[in-house]
Design a protein around this ligand. Structure first.
Ligand SMILES: [Zn+2]
Length: 155
């Protein structure tokens, strides 16, 4: 395990390196300060992913969101209800783990080799296995009964 200071430092580098990628896709980049508590999990899972000769060719995991304001949560809740688009959440503003500080929740997507952003269920389930191997306390939204929130992880 990393020391907490080192994990925080590495998480900062990791989160900062992701900012440019997510900004271009209108995703909300993670706040480097909020990511510190589970940065070491991401780094372990990412290292295993990139160390696997098959997985590394399929795409690269990115973090798309960590903390989310209650106002933004409420906007997401409207999607698929009073606003167009698919339903992406069943939590109203303030109800999501993403609304807590420090936030225990993060969402993951993948940058494919062609540069596209993907939420492939297959890739997310493979990444979930690595996250759970990094720490058994990790909860994956894809394991939830009912609505499967595959991009979602909680610690
Ligand atoms: Zn989430």
């Amino acid at each position: 395990m990393f020391s907490s200071t080192k994990a925080g430092h590495l998480a900062h580098i990791l989160a900062t390196s992701l900012l440019g990628q997510v900004a271009g896709n209108e995703l909300v980049p993670p706040d480097p300060d909020k990511i510190e508590q589970y940065g070491h999990l991401i780094i372990q899972a990412l290292a295993r992913w990139l160390g696997d000769p098959v997985l590394r060719l399929t795409g690269r995991p990115i973090i798309t969101e960590c903390y989310r304001s209650p106002e933004r949560q409420e906007e997401l809740y409207k999607q698929g209800r009073s606003k167009p688009g698919p339903i992406v959440t069943y939590k109203r503003g303030g109800e999501s783990k993403h609304n807590k500080l420090p936030t225990p929740a993060l969402d993951v997507a993948f940058i494919l080799p062609d540069g596209e952003v993907s939420w492939s269920g297959l890739l997310l389930s493979k990444f979930a296995r690595l996250m759970k191997a990094a720490d058994a306390r990790v909860r994956w939204g894809g394991d939830w009964p009912g609505f499967k929130d595959r991009p979602h992880f909680e610690v």
